[in-house]
Design a protein around this ligand. Structure first.
Ligand SMILES: Nc1ncnc2c1ncn2[C@@H]1O[C@H](COP(=O)(O)OP(=O)(O)OP(=O)(O)O)[C@@H](O)[C@H]1O
Length: 263
């Protein structure tokens, strides 16, 4: 199958700190690719490069054969239409009604008649299982509904790629399962290519065609859920088995100790 997204030798430094250390992976067309790892491992930073919100210190991000890191800002904005991004916090505008949030791109950037934007918003909302809430405000919705409204907005431009940043964080298990189903349905019905950033293990193993495990800015393993389960790397094993003891915690303690000594 063709690669839709290729991340090649991606390095990102913030000041002197190297946060991404030579990351490489590819995502096939229509694949659900999960990026899994602990807090601060570099997951969000990686997907922010893929959507062009961050520029790499080194490396390439090739989408449909085009290295987006080399695109001038104007072309990048145009290119971004291919992509939907579900922000970690949902990032809905509280002062706008649900339909205005979903149709935001069209209200802001096009001359499309408002009636049509409303219809489009209704259509997208029904795709995520929400009908009749067009006139409500985000504050009137539950966390799970807000996530689904954000998802409706992310698919409003019919993107070929959707990047999900922690789509199930803060949601109860049933609502999380519903969001997982939606991610799979969007792939099945619209042929979307997806990258899902998560530390929700059930979700990662439930929906991922392949999973990449990232730790301290490096990829430790990439494979099918079955391959990841069998991966002998102690860091991978500690993470997927939720063990309190192991190399991840040992490193953490070492870092804390050296920080204390420096003070
Ligand atoms: N704009 C920035 N400036 C400086 N450091 C940053 C910036 N963005 C991220 N970092 C650092 O880069 C590291 C990776 O952050 P990132 O948000 O990618 O982690 P993550 O794996 O998504 O974590 P989480 O699961 O907690 O969201 C962290 O140590 C973070 O402090």
């Amino acid at each position: 199958m063709n690669s839709k997204i290729i991340v090649k030798n991606l390095v990102k430094k913030f000041g002197d700190r190297e946060v991404l250390k030579n990351i490489s992976f590819d995502v096939k067309e229509k694949e659900i690719f999960v990026l899994m790892g602990g807090s601060g491992s570099g997951k969000s930073t990686t997907i922010k490069h893929i959507i062009g919100l961050l520029k790499p210190t080194k490396g390439e991000i090739i989408i449909d054969g085009i290295d987006i890191t080399k695109l001038p800002e104007k072309e990048l904005i145009e290119f971004r239409k291919k992509m939907g991004y579900l922000f970690q916090e949902g990032a809905l505008f509280d002062s706008l009604k649900v339909w205005e949030n979903v149709g935001f791109y069209f209200l802001e950037n096009t001359d499309m008649p408002v009636k049509e934007i409303y219809k489009l918003a209704q259509e997208k909302l029904s795709l995520v299982g929400l009908k009749g809430i067009e006139e409500l405000y985000p504050s009137e919705l539950s966390g799970g509904m807000r996530k689904r409204v954000s998802l409706a907005r992310a698919i409003s431009t019919n993107p070929e790629i959707i990047l999900y940043d922690e789509p199930t964080s803060g949601l109860d298990p049933v609502t999380s399962a519903m969001i997982d189903n939606l991610i799979v349905n969007l792939r099945n019905s619209l042929g979307v290519t997806s990258i899902v950033v998560t530390h929700d293990l059930d979700s990662a193993f439930g929906i991922g065609d392949r999973i990449a495990m990232i730790h301290k800015g490096k990829i430790y393993a990439i494979g099918t859920p079955e391959e990841i389960r069998k991966n002998p790397d102690p860091i991978v094993q500690q993470f997927i088995n939720r063990k309190a003891e192991g190399p991840i915690t040992e490193e953490l303690f070492k870092e804390l100790k050296s920080e204390k000594l420096q003070k």
